[in-house]
Design a protein around this ligand. Structure first.
Ligand code: NDP
Ligand code: 2IT
Length: 414
């Protein structure tokens, strides 16, 4: 129960309107619980219906995405764009291609994106989109045909001043390339600022690929320094996932002196007590889109265990969940606390359940929530938009320095 009768009424309406949207309800409740501490001092919120507006997307678009597979069969997926809030800039947020995608997931992501984007200090509103299309096991040609069909519907709703999508789970450089190519053909214009995460040869920004994982470590580093006069140096780090965020979090945590001992995918996790060899992981994941299991076959002394939740039973000093929502439940959180961790920082969006967060807070761990900790990706997307507007490219070092400063600022703001 919320203390504020106003906030409780807003929350009850969210639940009544969309009773099946559990992830969205979870994300809204988290924010309303924070607002509960201050809302009484702001009668103007209720007087102007501010919170009611805040929890309702400005626009939700759903569309059919037919595409032809390699056998010549027509497949039909569902596409979405949730344009949540454009108060401070064009809608900005990634596209997720994963079979679990539905409106509840995309509304929770779009809702969190509003706050995350505003924390970056850059002029970007919040949105999210995607499809229940599963890129796993599809050929490049199938992914291309899917992306072209997806953009054939999406193009009319986006634009550099309207809505600027990017990547998320299942959407990386390959997909953004196919999407951008189709947008350019339809519009007959090279409007680079319509998508971010682009390739470097056609308007992408250096450091965007690394930005979410690097930014997560920059914020964690500042948190360790300011709250515990400590650092990554000599710390054992467990990172879940083995995609874009996890790989570059591993790279930066290692550069900062940490030892990353575990990574995972949706099937299971690897444990390498000697420290993960990132060149092997990159070869598996970025080289041929393989499974993380392969690492244990290639690196002596490492092991693979089926089931992705088990990764949290490995003792660590710093836990960086970088896979997906609700991956850390109460049981996993208990393991993290018992393992002696001092900090948890969320690279994924909403990876900790409410019960897990309570356990971290009770145990006195440092906890950096996703809206702050993983904002480096979208912040660098906004820097990509700046460069596109200027028709200019900054060096890796210039973008990286701006990213570091943004993450330090975010830490001090929260
Ligand atoms: P990728 O698609 O590159 O990698 C996702 C990783 O998470 C894979 O290892 C995947 O395993 C695993 N994973 C995905 N879904 C599940 C699931 N349901 N259960 C268990 N494991 C799963 O995505 P990203 O690295 O880009 O995204 C990871 C997280 O970070 C997401 O929460 C995303 O929203 C968030 N994020 C991403 C940003 C970005 O810039 N890319 C920015 C900010 C946040 P498998 O290969 O088996 O599916
Ligand atoms: O969750 C996120 O912040 C992202 N997937 C990145 C969004 C973006 O527009 O760069």
């Amino acid at each position: 129960m919320l203390k504020s009768e106003y906030l409780q009424r807003v929350y009850d309406q969210v639940v009544a309107r969309d009773p099946d949207q559990k992830e969205f309800q979870q994300a809204v409740l988290e924010v309303l619980e924070s607002l509960d501490m201050i809302v009484d001092k702001h009668p103007e919120y209720e007087a102007n219906g501010i919170i009611e507006s805040f929890v309702e997307p400005e626009r939700v678009i759903t569309f059919r995405v037919p595409w032809m597979d390699d056998k010549g069969h027509v497949q039909v997926n569902r596409g979405y764009r949730v344009q949540f809030n454009s108060a401070i800039g064009p809608y900005k947020g990634g596209l997720r291609f994963h079979p679990t995608v539905n409106l509840s997931i995309l509304k929770f992501l779009g809702f969190e994106q509003i706050l995350k984007n505003s924390l970056t200090g850059l002029p970007i509103g919040g949105g999210k989109g995607g499809s229940d299309f599963d890129p796993k096991g599809k050929s490049d040609a199938e992914v291309m045909r899917f992306c072209q069909s997806f953009m054939t519907e999406l193009y009319r709703h986006i634009g550099q001043f309207t809505d600027v999508p990017a990547g998320d789970i299942g959407v990386g450089g390959r997909e953004i390339g196919y999407l951008f190519g189709q947008y350019r053909r339809i519009r007959d214009a090279h409007e680079a600022g319509v998508l971010t995460g682009k390739g470097l040869t056609y308007g992408g920004s250096l450091t965007r690929t690394e930005a979410t994982g690097y930014g997560l470590c920059y914020l964690t580093q500042e948190m360790l320094k300011c709250m515990k006069n400590d650092s990554f140096s000599g710390k054992t780090v467990v990172i879940s996932g083995s995609g874009n965020v996890a790989i570059f979090a591993t790279e930066k945590a290692t550069q900062l002196g940490g030892k990353v001992v575990a990574l995972s995918d949706s099937n299971g996790y690897i444990h390498d007590p000697n420290g993960i060899q990132l060149d092997v992981v990159k070869d598996i994941k970025l080289g041929h889109r393989g499974r993380i299991k392969e690492y244990a076959d290639r690196v002596p002394g490492s092991t693979y265990t089926e089931g992705f939740r088990g990764i949290w039973s490995i003792p660590c000093d710093i836990a960086l969940p970088c896979a997906t929502q609700n991956e850390i439940d109460a049981e996993a959180a208990e393991h993290i606390v018992k393992g002696g961790a001092i900090a948890v920082a969320e690279g994924a969006n909403m990876p900790s359940t409410p019960e897990a967060i309570q356990i971290f807070q009770k145990a006195g761990l440092l906890f950096a929530p996703a809206k702050a900790a993983n904002a480096g990706g979208v912040a660098t997307s906004a820097l990509e938009m700046s460069q596109n507007s200027m028709r200019y490219s900054w060096t890796f070092e210039e973008v990286d320095a701006k990213l570091q400063q943004i993450m330090v600022n975010i830490f001090h703001n929260i």
